[in-house]
Design a protein around this ligand. Structure first.
Ligand SMILES: [Zn+2]
Length: 71
């Protein structure tokens, strides 16, 4: 899950932009999501590249392996 590095929670994160890129009109090639924390105003970006199976996090967000608290 993606959390805000300042607030250390995902509770206030909003996805402000989400894009899925297609290759050859069918396969999902890349996923790009832009996050904004409504509590502190931090922003960050999550990108998943299917080609290299790589996840990239930039900005004031981080990915944790914790399960969501309210799941
Ligand atoms: Zn925050």
């Amino acid at each position: 899950m993606i959390t805000c590095t300042n607030c250390e929670t995902a509770q206030f994160l909003q996805i402000t932009q989400s894009r899925v890129y297609f290759e050859d009109g069918e396969m999902i090639n890349e996923i790009s999501e832009t996050y904004e924390c409504t509590l502190c105003g931090a922003t960050g970006r999550y990108v998943y590249d299917d080609d290299s199976d790589e996840e990239t996090i930039t900005g004031d967000v981080e990915q944790t392996t914790e399960r969501p608290k309210y799941a």
